[in-house]
Design a protein around this ligand. Structure first.
Ligand code: NAD
Length: 485
């Protein structure tokens, strides 16, 4: 186990401090308090982790059967479940998200991810192609050493989403979580250790993106990189990895439209649009931050959304009835507030929010911001097309279906969209015309772990989920066997 307040690396089955002795502070965004010390990884730490991973691939881990690896994932799921309340508290403290969200979404999903991929791997079928004079079958082998780089908004949720398929397919993992939210990653290393994973199968290196993350991406012996984070970082990761022909999966940013047609179920659409705009303080890559509303209901719809936003309980993330917690950091709040200022400069009207709430100490030192609805902006201005990643939604009216589709597609991102209508024909037509990897109709963020998850355009490359993850974390070798006459 790691010492309380210390967040060391986990390398080759052991918790270890940084080689050069440097640590970072882990800050609680809701209060500004220092929660602990994070190992500040450098190339030396990354190199040790990669060497440990390579050794695991030459050692006992290589001999584990798929059934044994699936059992390991189930044991890890049980370990997370046994510590669920503690993990929810750590996640809430580290991110500023509400304890309710951490309890109901983040931690249960981490359990589900390990259970799901254990089952998916057990039940996957292989490829078989018959020829008149030969048969082909396809082996699935581990890729090797895989780097998993994850962001701060859904820390354990996203780390488990990558770790489970990577382990179940027999790879050796080097994980680099966000330096802003290291706590549940360290807890996961403890759980994986206790579940009996052999040394080196899972390694964790903490540290800054430009140091530990960059060193991991550059490392010549890393065979694949699964990255979730911002588009700018993803571009750097892709440029660094390309000359080495590393296998690459990129889940990047979004500026997702919520399309509301006049024939929608009004109440459900308001509820859905508000959830899409403000869940996790608007810090979900899938958040619907551009609301496109048919002109005939625009005023009524916007008024209802503003009413809902104003009624949301913002404050102590630890209180069970809080609906909106803190943003991830003061720096990030500054960035989001910069966009609120930009919205005004671009001619927008702040219909609600946009201000820091007045909260009692120690929350007065937290990175809180009221949920914000902006009207009156053109749909192609910067505020309406750049990812803000905070509790800010812009509202734009449209007159025709074609106009709505053109506005929805008029951004460089293409992660997800939601469409609210009672007309089934329109729902199918619009879904097919949207340039996004995912579309929800009359719902939002309704997830089946088997379906392809990912984006087009600048929202990423590749898909995660179900067999898509199992394929990414394995290499296919086709064997062609001549039939004997
Ligand atoms: P980020 O890109 O700043 O950081 C993500 C991770 O990359 C962190 O672990 C960071 O330390 C690391 N990193 C930073 N620079 C690096 C480098 N040069 N080399 C290697 N690693 C480096 O993103 P963030 O601010 O942590 O997260 C927010 C972003 O993530 C948003 O843009 C959001 O849309 C996106 N996101 C996307 C998805 C998705 O599934 N598409 C899911 C969640 C978040």
């Amino acid at each position: 186990m790691s010492a309380p307040g210390q967040l060391p690396h986990y390398i080759g089955g052991e918790f270890a401090g940084p080689v050069d002795g440097a640590w970072l502070d882990d800050i609680q965004p809701a209060t500004g308090a220092v929660l602990g010390r994070i190992a500040r990884g450098t190339f030396q730490d990354v190199n040790r982790a990669v060497e440990a991973a390579k050794a695991a691939l030459q050692g006992p881990w290589a001999g584990w059967t798929l059934a044994q690896r699936a059992d390991l994932c189930d044991a890890i799921a049980n370990g997370i479940e046994a510590r669920a309340e503690e993990l929810a508290r750590l996640e809430s403290q580290d991110t500023g998200k509400t304890i309710t969200m951490a309890r109901n979404v983040d931690i249960p999903r981490a359990v589900a991810n390990f259970r799901f991929f254990a089952g998916a791997a057990r039940h996957q079928s292989g490829d078989f192609f018959e020829m008149p004079d030969a048969i082909n079958y396809t082996l699935r082998k581990p890729v090797g050493v895989v780097a998993l780089i994850t962001p701060w908004n859904l820390p354990l949720y996203l780390l488990s989403w990558k770790t489970a398929p990577a382990l179940v397919m027999g790879n050796a993992v080097v994980a680099k979580p966000s330096e802003l939210t290291p706590m549940t990653a360290t807890a996961l290393a403890e759980i994986i250790h206790e579940a009996g994973a052999p040394a080196g199968a899972f390694n964790l290196v903490h540290g800054l993106g430009g140091e530990a993350g960059q060193a991991l991406v550059e490392h010549a012996d890393v065979n694949a990189i699964s990255f979730t984070g911002g588009t700018t970082t993803g571009r750097m990761v892709a440029a660094t990895a390309a000359p080495h022909f590393k296998k690459l999966s990129l889940e990047l940013g979004g500026k997702n439209p919520t399309l509301v047609f006049a024939d929608c179920d009004f109440e459900a659409a308001v509820e859905g649009a508000a959830r899409a705009a403000f869940l996790n303080q608007g810090q979900v890559c899938l958040c619907g931050s551009r609301l496109l509303v048919e002109r005939s209901i625009e005023n009524e719809f916007t008024a209802a959304l503003v009413e809902k936003a104003k009624s949301m309980r913002l404050g102590d993330p630890d209180a069970e009835d809080t609906q909106l917690g803190s943003l991830i950091s003061q720096d990030h709040r500054d960035k989001v507030e910069g966009y609120v200022r930009l919205a005004r400069e671009e001619g927008g009207t702040i219909l609600c929010g946009g201000e820091r709430p007045s909260l009692p100490a120690p929350l007065d030192r937290g990175a809180f911001l009221q949920p914000t609805v902006v009207g009156g902006l053109p749909s192609d201005c910067r505020t309406a097309t750049e990812e803000i990643f905070g509790p800010v939604v812009t509202v734009h009216p449209f007159d025709t279906e074609a106009q709505a589709i053109a506005m929805a597609n008029g951004v460089r991102y293409g992660l997800s969209a939601s469409v609210w209508t009672r007309d089934l024909g329109r729902a199918h037509r619009v879904s097919a015309a949207l340039q996004t990897g995912m579309v929800w109709v009359n719902t939002w963020l309704h997830r089946d772990l088997r379906v392809p998850f990912g984006g087009v355009k600048e929202s990423g490359v590749g898909r995660e989920g179900g067999r898509y993850s199992l394929e990414f974390f394995s290499e296919a070798t086709n064997v062609c066997v001549k039939k004997t006459p």
